[in-house]
Design a protein around this ligand. Structure first.
Ligand code: SF4
Length: 397
């Protein structure tokens, strides 16, 4: 098997890893626009077969083509949902650190990929596997001179000196929690230990960030930390997922959580479990951004009696219908925290309104529209100069 064949084998199931390439947007048909793979037209047919090149958006908003792959698909663990679990019958493949670094470097030089997301199945324990990932990253950075985007996965049980080394090499680090707590994880991955193996490395990132200056790390910055959950895989509720997400955001400055709606994989213990509606992913993303950026608390979110978010309702709109419809917010005097609670007004929109207000009062929906605000969405929840704006209704028969 040559290196490209190895990559074909290893990248075949990487759509399960959302990494940077999913923002949970929903297409009009209700399908989540996530990991459509597009490859540059200059790829050879063999390169095209390897579904490794993913359009991705970096934390700074820049779009790049990300190579998403494993270093090895051999794994000694037996997580119930995972295509790479031990004992599942399929052809495994493994890169040596040098081999992967050579291949990636060539592809990078040809302009086929711009960044890399590197994970691995576990062989010989998490610590040993982490060493191989770190060796690969070190070759890329130090021998190949790669200065582009590198997202490195931390294996279960990774030790503190390995986390430190990873922070010196990567732009982003992640540990997949998979489930929101110990009890739920047992239903998904019986041999992973939630606190000791998964939460601990995530906490170490923050501990190191608090104690060491940023210049010691890659590019003089602290790498961001993210995690991923298999949404619905352990019959957990949205409240459980968002409680853990909220805790991570507040306590370890988690950049974001990714939610991957469970879908069954053939020849795994969960193969007969029904797939989870992808809309659940979307609602979880919306709610997690409200917690992270919009000053919402868990109790503000519109959980139903089964502790899930309604699939049919945007959580911000649902909150506004309960809380703002009878006490609308005056656009001309509201502070930023109030403005961002209004449906149709995001973080940028609130800044634009605050700036525009310094010159003139905002007196009409058309003035709001000129500021690129979704004025019709905001209209039921605002006052303009003390008056409720006239809301245009469309007749439907
Ligand atoms: S440890 Fe990772 S690769 Fe191995 S079975 Fe579990 S999820 Fe899959």
């Amino acid at each position: 098997m040559d290196a490209l064949d190895t990559l074909v084998e290893l990248s075949s199931q990487m759509e399960l890893e959302h990494a940077e390439d999913s923002d949970g947007r929903v297409a009009p048909q209700g399908r989540i626009e996530t990991t459509e793979t597009t490859q540059p037209s200059c790829f050879t047919p063999k390169e095209k077969r390897a579904a490794f090149a993913h359009p991705a958006q970096l934390p700074n908003g820049k779009n790049i083509v990300l190579l998403k792959t494993l270093l090895s698909s051999a794994c000694e663990r037996d997580c119930y949902y995972c295509p790479f679990r031990a004992g599942r019958d399929f052809r495994r493949a493994t890169f040596k650190p040098n081999e992967f670094a050579d291949l990636f470097s060539k592809m990078h030089q040809r302009g086929l990929v711009e960044g890399v997301f590197l994970s691995s199945g576990i062989a010989g324990g998490g610590v040993r596997t982490q060493d191989k990932l770190l060796d690969t990253a070190e070759i890329l950075r130090k021998k190949k001179g790669f200065r582009g985007y590198l997202h490195l996965k931390l294996m279960p049980g990774t030790e503190k000196d390995q986390v430190y080394r990873a922070m010196q090499l990567a732009d982003r680090l992640s540990v997949n929690l998979e489930a929101p707590n110990t009890e739920r994880l047992a239903k998904l991955a019986p041999h992973k230990i939630f606190i000791e193996e998964l939460m601990r490395p995530l906490r170490m990132i923050e501990e190191i960030r608090r104690n060491e200056p940023a210049y010691k790390f890659w590019n003089g910055k602290y790498p961001s930390a993210v995690t991923q959950f298999v949404a619905g895989g352990a019959d957990e509720s949205d409240l459980e997922l968002l409680t853990t997400t909220h805790w991570l955001i507040k306590n370890i400055r988690l950049q974001r959580a990714y939610y991957s709606a469970f879908h069954p994989i053939h020849d795994t213990p969960l193969e007969n479990k029904p797939a989870v509606n992808p809309m659940r992913e979307h609602r979880l993303y919306q709610a997690s951004f409200l917690l992270r950026d919009y000053d919402f608390d868990l109790e503000d979110l519109p959980f139903t009696s089964d502790e899930n978010l309604p699939l049919h309702a945007d959580p911000k709109l649902a909150w506004a219908n309960l809380n703002l419809i009878h006490s609308p917010i005056e656009i001309n005097t509201a502070d930023k925290q109030q403005l961002i609670k209004i449906p149709g007004i995001g973080l940028k929109g609130a800044e634009i309104i605050l700036n525009a207000r310094r010159m003139n009062k905002v007196n009409s929906l058309s003035a709001l529209k000129k500021l690129h605000i979704l004025a019709d969405k905001a209209a039921p929840f605002i006052l303009l100069n003390g008056k409720k704006p006239a809301i245009q209704t469309t007749m439907s028969f």
